[in-house]
Ligand binder design. Structure first.
Ligand SMILES: [Fe+2]
Ligand SMILES: [Fe+2]
Length: 130
């Protein structure tokens, strides 16, 4: 397992915590696939799953931030956009054989998720008084 959801990643919102947990589970599956030397098809599917779930989660999270009139929404959305851009690039380069997926890629995603939740997601939690 690459990363474990622990209380320090909590944003105090049940649904959004569950989404973060699911996203982390998908990342762990991807990491496991990489560690197991899974086929390119399987890894392509796993990284696509990670990307697709990020889109679902970001959209739900942005809707929540809008509902609580979170003032940092725009900046937060920009951060989400940058991640989608980067992850899409990984997915496209890997699926077209232009890049190998490595531990560095996995670590980038892992660090991004954990830093983002701690530094950015927790800000809307604070704003909402969660
Ligand atoms: Fe976020
Ligand atoms: Fe989030």
């Amino acid at each position: 397992m690459l990363i474990k959801w622990t209380e320090d990643l909590s944003v105090g919102h049940e649904t959004l915590n569950q989404e973060h947990q699911k996203w982390i589970a998908i990342l762990n599956d991807f990491y496991q696939g990489l560690a197991d030397g899974s086929s390119k098809e399987k890894l392509t599917g796993l990284i696509k799953g990670l990307l697709d779930y990020a889109k679902v989660h970001f959209s739900n999270e942005e809707e929540y931030m809008r509902s609580i009139h979170f003032p940092g929404l725009e900046r937060h959305q920009q951060e989400h956009g940058e991640f989608i851009e980067k992850a899409t690039e990984f997915y496209e380069k890997f699926s077209t054989g232009k890049m190998l997926l490595s531990i560095e890629v996995t670590n980038f995603i892992k660090n991004w998720i954990s830093n983002h939740i701690k530094a950015e997601d927790k800000q809307y939690a604070r704003h909402a008084g969660l």
